[in-house]
Design a protein around this ligand. Sequence first.
Ligand code: UDP
Ligand code: MG
Length: 316
Amino acid sequence: MGLISIIVPCYNEEESLPIFYDEVKKVSVNLYKKYNVNVEFIFVNDGSKDATLDMLKKLNKEDSSVQFVSFSRNFGKESAIYAGLENSHGDYVAIMDADLQDPPELLEEMYLGIVEENFDCVATRRVTRKGEPPIRSFFARCFYRLINKMSKIEIVDGARDFRLMTRKMVNAILEVKEYNRFSKGIFSWVGFDTKWLEYENRERVAGETKWSFWKLFLYSLDGIVAYTTAPLALASVTGFIFCIIAVIMICVFVIKTLIWGDPVAGYPSMICVILLIGGIQLFCMGILGEYLSKTYLETKKRPIYIVKEKTISGND
Ligand code: UDP
Ligand code: MG
């Protein structure tokens, strides 16, 4: 006997929610029959502007295993995941998207992975990116390669947030209270034994993705800044290399002028050098700024989310 909490971040999901609920409910009934394990749903309404909240209220009335937390505005998926984890009571906790891109039938295999094979976490990764614009897949691949080279923690290519974890691991994640949350990094950072299940990408059942290319790009920068300080080292190394080049060039020009009396002429070469160095300086300052701005936001210690309404008591 145990309890699985399924956390579902929802932002404008009125179209997918009913389909999601029906599908996952089927799986949860099956889980109960087979393994005598209960399932509770914790929907997190992340400031949706459509009828998502009404739908959640309706589900909550009809089914006592459906609970929800509703935010005062849109705080983003990362905050929604955190709120879900904080409000969950289960011995095992799963995170799922509301659009059925995460196959609910995998829940059984995940549960067995934890109970029978003694893993702390069973996570999923997509092995294909079918249905995604090729340019997005290309940049996603580059991002994973880059962040894995630069940071000490491993972030698996194609890893989804869809996973089932033990209470121990969830408590460890809740200890990480940082404001700039990059879940994929946090999951890996807390450690624990993780089993990976692979599946082919699925398309959304309804509605549209909430991620524009630009949003994803900024999110990947967040990930890099949060999990590695390598860019800072890159800035110092570039600065150092340019200093050495400058010293060598000064020596060469001084000697050339002294021996042959041949001062370097050339406005164009000067402009090129000034622009190059200026550009590199601004670039490095930008890198510094990224870290500084994250530190600034972190020191404010603002809450990760604000609840307007919820049906769960306790765990506050
Ligand atoms: N989501 C959220 N807040 C946001 C954006 C998205 O809670 O600001 C939820 C969304 O409702 C969905 C999940 O996060 O359940 C994944 O979003 P989406 O399907 O748009 O992302 P994709 O699958 O395209 O990466
Ligand atoms: Mg999706």
